[in-house]
Ligand binder design. Structure first.
Ligand SMILES: Cc1cc2nc3c(=O)[nH]c(=O)nc-3n(C[C@H](O)[C@H](O)[C@H](O)COP(=O)(O)OP(=O)(O)OC[C@H]3O[C@@H](n4cnc5c(N)ncnc54)[C@H](O)[C@@H]3O)c2cc1C
Length: 270
């Protein structure tokens, strides 16, 4: 089936084109989309591209930073204001993938991908669609309803401005190092010396990145010591149904999640 490709200079025009094409997909960096096309995915009939500079910008907005959806992992690594996200961007694929893979595309990446989005979830990021000036949707809500968002163009992702890069911890658990796909990734936002206000997110433990709500609750008011985190580790996978796939079984994921979470919370090298 021939695929129709259209390129728009303006994000509003691109958004209109995408919403009116039932078989349309927005083109980010194409690292996943081109694979789907090469595999003759028949559900894709229209590709919508957009060259609007707004997609490539990183802007300050008060105490938040708006990262354009078209910003690549390589650009994240090179941006000083986003130094707290550089270690996460660095583990996405190899150099060729990182020079094309975008923040917007990662929001839609299905398991075993979506590592960057897992870190964004721990940061309590939000998503701004094209045409929504000043408004944004919490990333958690976006992910719950992700399948229904495909017809809309994401313009940017809002993250808090972080001054202490150590407050965001991240691990990608793989069988093949350094570039294998993650059997799970874990991101923890630890704003103080204890567990108060912490957020923990998992990748590849559900169809989309998810928060580890039970572990977060168990950490509230606890110290980040072996004793203090014990209840959180017991609750590490509570309320989750991890998948069994070619990378790991549900049983294995449940077994290793507390091990990696423990190392992350105690700041032990992974
Ligand atoms: C060899 C290899 C290794 C990889 N390793 C990793 C890894 O370690 N970790 C990881 O997380 N991922 C990995 N990936 C997957 C992928 O590269 C990343 O997830 C990347 O961020 C996807 O972004 P993209 O711009 O290439 O998406 P695209 O392929 O352009 O698009 C993916 C999906 O997102 C949608 N989309 C893209 N941008 C927008 C937007 N602005 N608005 C609305 N919809 C949009 C597209 O329509 C499509 O449905 C790897 C891929 C390859 C090929």
């Amino acid at each position: 089936m021939p695929v129709h490709v259209e390129t728009h200079a303006n994000i509003s025009d691109a958004a209109r084109a995408l919403s009116s094409a039932r078989d349309g997909r927005f083109f980010g960096g194409g690292t996943l989309l081109m694979r789907a096309l090469n595999e003759a995915d028949q559900s894709i009939g229209t590709i919508v591209r957009c060259t609007d500079p707004v997609l490539r910008q990183v802007r300050s907005e008060g105490d938040r930073i708006a990262i354009g959806a078209g910003v690549t992992m390589a650009e994240i690594m090179a941006n000083r204001d986003l130094a707290f996200l550089a270690p996460v961007a660095r583990i996405i694929g190899g150099p060729a993938v990182r020079s094309a893979a975008t923040v917007g595309g990662n929001l839609f990446a299905e398991p075993p991908y979506g590592d960057f989005t897992t870190a964004l979830l721990a940061l309590d990021a939000s998503v701004r669609f094209a045409g929504e000036s000043g408004q944004s949707t919490p990333l958690q809500d976006f992910l719950r309803d992700r399948a229904n968002r495909r017809g809309r163009v994401v313009e940017s992702v809002m993250v808090p401005r972080i001054t202490d890069p150590k407050a965001l911890r991240f691990v990608k658990v793989t069988r093949v190092k350094p570039k294998g796909a993650a059997l799970m990734s874990i991101a923890a936002w630890l704003p103080g010396s204890g567990g108060r206000g912490c957020r923990i997110a998992y990748g590849n433990m559900a169809p989309t990145p998810v928060r580890a709500a039970a572990a977060e609750r168990a950490l509230e008011g606890a110290s980040l010591s072996e004793q203090g985190i014990a209840r959180a580790l017991q609750a590490a996978t509570e309320g989750l149904t991890p998948p069994t796939d070619m990378f790991a079984s549900e049983w294995y994921r449940r077994e290793v999640a507390p091990v990696h979470l423990k190392r992350l919370l105690l700041g032990q090298g992974q």
